[in-house]
Ligand binder design. Structure first.
Ligand SMILES: [Zn+2]
Length: 352
């Protein structure tokens, strides 16, 4: 039986709301950390409002188990369960969601071909990505670029396919090219050959579209995000696709934490400076954006585009990440003080 995403999200959020926050640490030496954690968690929920409740619950609550472990559970459970039924849909003028329910991929039409952002898991190009492109009227041979937000299998899995078959350029940052070369993909054809190396501020231009790369490491050493102009039925908007959202916050090693915090600041500052009012991401089932994308399939004439969240909305969205990250860092320190520096020895056991 397939439970609808909406029902499952609501049910999980409901369960999380019942779990008392951080009661494990009541008699801990880290009283200051606990107070700080509570403050950040409360701030995250304030920022989340009604729009990002699920996200704040997932990332901030359930301190005993490490907060976003629920996200891991979902991801682990569901990433292999490709959603064949997720119909691709135009989300902005010439911008299409061609991913699955759990894993995002976007196709952007330009006057000189198509840019793909992310490419699903290895082996999913032929059964999913290519048919999705065709359904929205894109000939896969027109894919000239694949921008890989980070070198995890669920984002770069199809890059080699387009590189080999259609000579598409594959763009990724140097630290993530290094990362995948050090630990190559196990699946045959699951890894592109080193191609274009991009860094913060780089522009990728194809025909009449220019995308700006933002270096936002933390989730991986070289995760990137993409700043772009979009139009909704001709009306201009600015979007950021956050390509390295930290769903694995609970176990993020300490040295990576200030780097990730910095990336969140970079995203927020860039968003403010550019009047970003549209949120796109790589895992819409975790942010909830997949529900909005699904709504766009039968959007009524004159109805607003739910992906346009406004400038304040984007700020609040990143605030949820910032506050939950800060809460998670407190929690990490509390667990390390209690059980020692090796997260694998922590009790209760946290899934990684
Ligand atoms: Zn990832």
């Amino acid at each position: 039986m397939r439970i609808s995403l909406k029902t499952a999200l609501a049910a999980t959020a409901g369960v999380l709301a019942l779990i008392p926050l951080a009661q494990t640490f009541a008699q801990d030496s880290g009283a200051g950390l606990l107070a700080d954690l509570k403050q950040h968690s409360a701030a995250a929920h304030t920022a989340a409002g009604k729009d990002w409740t699920w996200m704040a619950n997932m990332m901030c609550q359930n301190a005993e188990f490490g907060g976003d472990v629920i996200g891991h559970f979902w991801a682990g459970q569901r990433m292999g369960d490709a959603d064949q039924d997720f119909e691709p849909v135009q989300v902005f003028d010439g911008v299409y969601y061609v991913g699955l329910r759990e894993i995002g991929a976007y196709a952007i039409k330009t006057s000189a071909g198509v840019i793909l952002i992310d490419s699903l898991l290895p082996g999913q190009a032929e059964p999913y990505l290519v048919p999705h492109l065709k359904k929205v009227g894109i000939d896969p041979s027109q894919v000239k670029y694949v921008i890989v937000t980070h070198g995890h299998a669920d984002h770069m899995g199809g890059a080699a396919y387009f590189q080999d078959k259609y000579k598409a350029k594959v763009a990724m940052t140097a630290p993530d090219w290094d990362m995948i070369e050090k630990a190559p993909a196990k699946e045959p054809g699951g890894q592109p050959k080193r191609d274009q190396v991009v860094k913060d501020g780089d522009k990728i231009t194809l025909g009449d579209r220019t995308l700006t790369i933002l270096f936002t490491p933390g989730h991986t050493p070289g995760s990137l995000s993409v700043l772009m102009d979009v139009k909704d039925k001709g009306a201009p908007h600015k979007a950021i696709l956050f390509g390295g959202a930290g769903w694995g916050l609970a176990l993020m090693p300490m040295p990576m934490r200030p780097i990730y915090a910095n990336s969140l600041n970079h995203l927020q500052e860039t968003a403010t400076a550019n009047h970003v009012d549209v949120e796109l991401d790589g895992h819409g089932f975790l942010t909830g954006s997949i529900l909005k994308i699904a709504q766009l399939r039968d959007r009524k004439a004159g109805a607003p585009n739910p992906l346009v969240i406004g400038e304040d909305g984007y700020k609040h969205y990143i605030d949820v990440f910032k506050e939950c990250h800060a809460a998670s860092t407190d929690r990490y320190q509390m667990l390390a003080a209690k059980y020692g520096p090796d997260p694998r020895k922590w009790q209760p056991q946290i899934v990684d």
